[in-house]
Design a protein around this ligand. Structure first.
Ligand code: IPD
Ligand code: CA
Ligand code: CA
Ligand code: CA
Length: 262
């Protein structure tokens, strides 16, 4: 692994763990949080999201001042090194503010358009998923491998939806998964469900429209564990736009692509 990537990988894991601990403090005192809405009533946020992003941003700016940084809450700061950090400080804000444990810190690093590092820290479960391009994926230090022979039938497929997606489409996706003999699942954190694809808990994950900070760390994990991911364009302005997100075990790819109409 190049030194450029290994130094960033060490920081990504350290920052995810520290950010996770800070978010957990807020989670344990969430009755004191003021919950605000952003784009619509389903899109919630609190000071916890902003403070956790600032913590991660500060650590990266000190260690790699020439790297770019894109976070969900404060947007893009361009860099000059060719590396950009893409961070969701709390993915699963809705479960977080409602007292459910399905939320995580998601940190990716992209280089030449590709996610080369993906770290997802789930503090309530004390699970830290780590991956770097060409180095495999691990959960708390144990290697992760997607089973290539698994199909959707009798297995669990995650899907997510937000207000960019019509209610009719949500119903069709659930129906499509059911029709091939699969079980559909949603826990409120798309990033965590992508990590669960890498861990073989879910056979796949599909969401019609997500942002780079929701999916790139999970994509690195899934690819490094032997799964397949649908391309997500990170060139220029495309990095800020949303796109369909699909990650899947190879044996379930054809069925899930059909349901996703991709
Ligand atoms: C959301 C979660 C949710 C997914 C949404 C995302 P947030 O991220 O990942 O599961 O369905 O599309 O926006 O707002 O909790 O960081
Ligand atoms: Ca959000
Ligand atoms: Ca998110
Ligand atoms: Ca978020």
């Amino acid at each position: 692994m190049s030194d450029d990537i290994s130094r960033r990988l060490a920081l990504a894991e350290q920052a995810a763990r520290e950010a996770g601990a800070k978010a957990l403090e807020y989670f344990n005192h969430r009755d004191q949080l003021v919950i605000e809405t952003k784009r619509d009533a389903q899109d919630v946020v609190s000071i916890a999201d902003r403070e956790v992003e600032l913590l991660i941003n500060g650590q990266i700016a000190r260690a790699f001042p020439d790297d770019g940084f894109l976070g969900e809450e404060f947007g893009l700061q361009a860099g000059s090194s060719g590396f950009t950090w893409v961070v969701d400080p709390i993915d699963g804000t809705s479960p977080f503010v409602n007292g459910m444990p399905n939320w995580c810190v998601s940190i990716a690093v992209i280089h030449q358009g590709e996610p080369v590092i993906g770290v997802i820290m789930a503090p309530c479960q004390q699970e830290c998923f780590v991956s770097a391009r060409g180095q495999g994926a691990t959960l708390n230090g144990k290697p992760l491998h997607v089973d290539p022979s698994r199909t959707m039938q009798n297995h669990v497929t995650g899907f997510g939806a937000n207000s960019y997606v019509t209610p009719e489409r949500v119903g069709e996706i659930a129906a499509g998964i059911t029709a091939v003999g699969g079980n559909f699942f949603r826990n409120g954190s798309g990033a965590m469900m992508l990590a669960w694809v890498a861990a073989g808990r879910l056979v796949g994950y599909y969401e019609p429209y997500m942002h780079a900070w929701d999916c790139l760390a999970g994509y690195c994990l899934v690819n490094e564990a032997g799964g397949w991911t649908h391309a997500f364009n990170t060139d220029g302005e495309a990095l800020l736009r949303g796109a369909p997100v699909l990650a899947v075990a190879p044996g379930a790819k054809a069925d899930l692509l059909k349901i996703a109409r991709l």
